[in-house]
Design a protein around this ligand. Structure first.
Ligand code: AMP
Length: 183
């Protein structure tokens, strides 16, 4: 039987502050330590690579999905428990989503935001009820949280939009909340 699986969206870069990579490593360890499988974009770069290496080193199962055209640029990680190479970005996102029970969004760039907004909008439309966690390292996501509030205040979203996102301040808190969500 496949273990409960946690999908991680995060930067293909490491970001400007060392703490982003430190926390990404903690996230990988935490997922493996709880006996869950890591689902992610299969790259060995930036925060993605840090999370995956840490999960592997802690003995966790890893499931990566990467489109063929990014195998070189994102250094597709061939030693994962399972590596799926897709033709398109859309297939990648779909497979990551379908094979997960919960989603963690760590700091990242435009790709991370794209992935976040897709699962958020699907949740808003009632297409799934998988929990979505924003790991708010160093208040990284504060501008995004403010933007979601702005959408609500200006009448473009229901107040429930913010209920679909759980903001956590540390990996420890994330672990506690994930255990409740996946119980
Ligand atoms: P970034 O946050 O920009 O570093 O990207 C994080 C991950 O998202 C990388 O693996 C990117 O390949 C991926 N990504 C970038 N653009 C998209 C997109 N439009 N849809 C899905 N994933 C994307």
């Amino acid at each position: 039987m496949v273990a409960r699986s946690v999908c991680v969206f995060c930067g293909a870069r490491s970001g400007a502050q060392a703490i982003f990579e430190e926390e990404a490593t903690e996230v990988g360890r935490m997922i493996a330590g709880n006996g869950w499988r890591l689902v992610y974009g299969a790259g060995d770069v930036g925060l993605m690579g840090a999370t995956a290496r840490a999960a592997q080193e802690a003995g966790g199962k890893t499931f990566g999905v990467i489109p063929e055209h990014l195998m070189a640029a994102e250094i597709g990680k061939k030693d994962l428990s399972e590596l799926i190479v897709t033709a398109t970005m859309h297939e990648r996102k779909e497979l990551m989503f379908k094979n997960s029970n919960a989603i963690i969004v760590q700091p990242g760039g435009a790709g991370t935001l794209d992935e976040f907004f897709e699962v958020l909008t699907w949740r808003q439309l009632g297409l799934h009820d998988k929990p979505i966690f924003l790991l708010n390292t160093e208040d990284f996501w504060q501008p995004l949280i403010q933007m979601l509030g702005h959408l609500i205040a200006e009448g473009f979203a229901e107040t429930s939009l913010l209920d679909y996102v759980q903001v956590v301040g540390s990996v420890k808190e994330l672990s506690v909340e994930l255990r409740k969500a996946l119980a």
